[in-house]
Design a protein around this ligand. Sequence first.
Ligand code: ADP
Length: 305
Amino acid sequence: MTQSAISIVGLEKTYAGGKRALDGVSLEIPRGSIFGLLGPNGAGKSTMINILAGLVNKTGGTANIWGFDIDAHPRNAKRSIGIVPQELVFDAFFTPYETLELAAGLFGVPPKQRRTMELLRAVHLDDKAHVYSRSLSGGMKRRLLVAKALVHNPPVLVLDEPTAGVDIELRAQLWDYVKELHAQGTTVVLTTHYLEEAEALCDRIAIVNQGRIIANDATSTLLATAGDKKLTVLVDRDLAAVPPGLEARTELRGDRTLVLTYDKRERNAGQVLAAVAAAGLGVVDVSTQEADLEDVFLELTRAHG
Ligand code: ADP
């Protein structure tokens, strides 16, 4: 079996004050994946990331990064991971160039092996290399933090809520770069509470809720497990209300469009359409829609709530 990028077993964190943020989390993040840690605010995602970063002490369990136990080999573990924090934190009086040089120095990267300009080019900040960081826009600061997380060339890059409060254009740019890094072999882990983000980017997703993992699967598998499916039917006459005899969850949109939500484990589209025909309606057009991650998420959090 190939070794995981990150391997977590029975991870626990109870904060001073008694808040139990992680309640025995076990998780394998495969090398080469774009892995999503998805969960509502307060689920424990940042706590998990901060433990991996060495910023928060766990109160139980073990964690391994690129084969290095964070207790037994903290230096090697830290060298194997780059973390882009949620907050835009760095010294406003350093230039981007200095910021990266300093970070590389802290990781003990010898000057000859530093890739400062290369990284600044990669995040499109090379023309800002020598201006004060405080004069950068929010988006540029975010990109600088990505570059900073990469100064030691780590095999694993973790982005903690990277697009919270980030505008759509920048979000797209950031994702393009993350995809590029992934294509070059970097394992990417991102925490998010944006379902579409996880759905669009991640090949695997673990859902965290109240300090526990409640699902962990390939994104496509996760989506396939959701039971609800929607059938949108255009009928051949105007309706004033949903006719009797259809699915319980049927909505009338406009005069002629019925949106029928059904559980695909109980019925198939043919049966749903047969009921429409039996109600005396002619079907002009049909489209179907699979459940999205939001449905999965709601089903799971309800089941584990
Ligand atoms: P997420 O990143 O999923 O939003 P967090 O890991 O930040 O979740 O938080 C998990 C839980 O732990 C929350 O209830 C939060 O209030 C609590 N928590 C986080 N940091 C601390 C702290 N330093 N002290 C006490 N409680 C904390």
